[in-house]
Ligand binder design. Structure first.
Ligand code: G3H
Length: 578
């Protein structure tokens, strides 16, 4: 339906739509109701309408914790350069819409970064520090105590997480709870690892106890989309294995970690965990350039990971555990259950507004069902509840990165210029930090959306005739994290699994791509990851096998027996054996 007639039908004039962007709807144009338009225009509240019970600091206006950092077991107060922490939630003021100020955050300098590194190095003390030689049982107790203390600041941390990232309140709660659960599961896995290492092996006259030992100082950097969870899924296993760490907080999502600093201080010996904030080039760069980092745990872009890795002067001494970019495809075969595929694709592509490394970032639909699929997909996307993060049932919320709506617009414009359409009526409507998800179809190889990771609320849909075309796409992609196949036909699914298994690291059948449950391996090929994370795999990533070997003679056995009896070694022990 031509654009003009479409507006007439809905009794809207283009002039009425300002400041909302008007999507260029060509092929499919469903009813864009005045209610939706008005709701997006009026999305952001006045200050007085913010519900006090979900505010980040009900009593004092803004959150004051952002000046605090942790080095060498001391909570220090920063008085140098700062920056404002602004929420993706805007406030309606006399000056128009302005991002609500949450508080200030410290922008530490290279000096503080190096102090944090020195503290971590002292705590490591070439492997002789209190923490690296502590008995596993005691380390496990400290981690459990930390999880308990963490629970006590849940409300504050969750509210800050919601305000900083725009993540819905329920998803922010889930992220917090999942993180606590991850710590609990890590403690259990640590005990299991220790139990496995307690047994002595005997081979060819050599008696050995083989255990996993820590690596040294870890630099841990999490992303804005899961600032708590993704930071902790590397930091906690690194600590569990006896490493010491410097944590550089993410650009968005740093304040939600500040309420936890006290628990870190109380539960770990000084210098074991050091938490700093600042610009990457001032803080992370000099730490890497020192050559003192034994392991880099980084979740973010492959571009930033490459820079950080290259800064290390002795790359052979550096282990990298990386979670990077992805462009996970959903493959919808002709016999797919369309309703199920639509439901999973919508959740898979648009949970947290598509800002997940595991999100489905392109859909390949068989030509025979493409039109039907796109129509149902568009209707489902248009029906998604959107609004402010604390609203009940909300699925689409404002985006934290200031440039994100422009990035979405530019990718969509490029596709539309080259012949695709926005197929859902509300697609691309935006207001400041808010962008309604756009279903863009048909996406072809000349469009940016075909290969660029959008990391936001845009769903590109491409058409295929033969599975080989999709396979070729995956082979030529820079990424290799996951894929989803939607079909009920074992004869088509089986062979596809076989080729995909050598290109990606998880193939989801009739389900969205995702990381969880956290006990399963999470990794990727090519530019998507380095190392494997899961509760138990992460413990392996942050450790190396060391062994004590002795001749299987009476003297050898006797010495080991005495060490055990006198409990003179943390390494040689059988604490968790029984
Ligand atoms: O952003 C990447 C996250 O690890 C994704 O985790 O699949 O559980 O949302 P998720």
């Amino acid at each position: 339906m031509p654009f003009e007639r479409w507006f007439k039908r809905d009794k809207l004039r283009a002039s009425e739509l300002s400041p909302i962007d008007i999507p260029k709807v060509r092929k499919y144009s469903f009813v864009m109701t005045q209610e939706i338009r008005k709701k997006i225009e009026a999305l952001f509240p006045c200050e007085k309408d913010i519900p006090r019970e979900i505010d980040f600091a009900p009593s004092c206006g803004t959150y004051e914790g952002g000046m605090t950092y942790l080095i060498d077991g001391e909570l220090r107060a920063w008085s140098g350069r700062t920056s404002e922490v602004l929420s993706p939630v805007c406030i309606n003021t006399d000056r128009g819409l302005v991002r609500r100020k949450i508080g200030m955050e410290a922008r530490l300098t290279t000096g503080e970064a190096i102090s944090a590194l020195d503290a971590a190095e002292r705590a490591w003390d070439h492997g002789r520090g209190v923490w690296p030689v502590m008995r596993v049982q005691e380390r496990a107790e400290r981690l459990s105590a930390f999880a308990a203390m963490m629970r006590s600041v849940r409300d504050q941390s969750v509210r800050l997480l919601m305000w900083e990232t725009g993540k819905s309140l329920s998803d922010s709660e889930k992220e917090f709870d999942r993180t606590v659960q991850y710590i609990t599961d890590t403690v259990e896995a640590l005990k299991e690892t220790d139990r496995a290492g307690a047994r002595f092996s005997s081979n060819s006259g050599v008696l050995a106890q083989i255990r996993r030992s820590p690596l040294g100082v870890v630099l841990s950097m999490g992303p804005f989309n899961y600032p708590l969870n993704e930071t902790f899924t590397t930091l906690i296993p690194a600590l569990a294995m006896g490493n010491t760490a410097v944590v550089k907080l993410p650009r968005y999502g740093s304040l939600c970690q500040i309420p936890l600093l006290h628990a870190f201080k109380e539960c770990f010996p000084g210098g074991v965990v050091n938490i700093i904030n600042g610009d990457g080039r001032d803080v992370a760069g000099p730490i890497m350039e020192s050559g003192k980092v034994a392991a880099l745990a980084f979740i973010g872009s492959s571009r930033a990971a490459n820079i950080l890795k290259k800064q290390h002067p002795m790359p052979n001494r550096l282990r990298c555990i990386l979670g990077l970019d992805a462009k996970n495809p959903g493959i919808i075969l002709p016999d797919a259950d369309i309703d199920l595929a639509v439901k999973e694709c919508v959740t898979g592509a648009l949970s947290f507004n598509g800002q997940r490394c595991t999100a489905l970032k392109i859909l390949f639909v068989h030509r025979s069902i493409a039109d039907a699929f796109v129509k149902r997909l568009s209707d489902s996307v248009d029906a998604l509840p959107f609004g402010l993060p604390w609203e009940k049932g909300v699925r689409i919320t404002p985006l934290p990165e200031p440039g994100a709506p422009d990035k979405m617009r530019s990718l969509v414009d490029d596709a539309v210029k080259k012949g695709a359409s926005i197929c859902n009526s509300n697609g691309g409507m935006s207001n400041e930090s808010f962008y309604f998800p756009a279903v863009v179809y048909p996406v072809t190889s000349d469009m940016q959306l075909y290969t660029v990771e959008q990391f936001g609320p845009v769903m590109p849909v491409a058409v295929f005739d033969n599975e080989h075309e999709v396979f070729d796409y995956i082979v030529s992609s820079n990424f290799g994290q996951q894929a989803s196949i939607f079909s009920r036909d074992p004869k088509r699914v089986g062979p596809l699994i076989d080729v995909l298994a050598n290109q990606v690291c998880r193939i989801n059948l009739n389900a969205q791509c995702q990381r969880g449950p956290d006990v399963y391996p999470f990794t990727g090929r090519k530019d998507s990851a380095e190392g494997t994370l899961s509760v138990s795999d992460a413990l392996r990533c942050f450790s190396i096998r060391s062994m004590v070997a002795a001749p299987e003679s009476d003297a050898g056995k006797e010495l080991l027996r005495e060490i055990l009896h006198e409990r003179s070694s943390s390494f040689v022990n059988t604490d968790y054996l029984f």
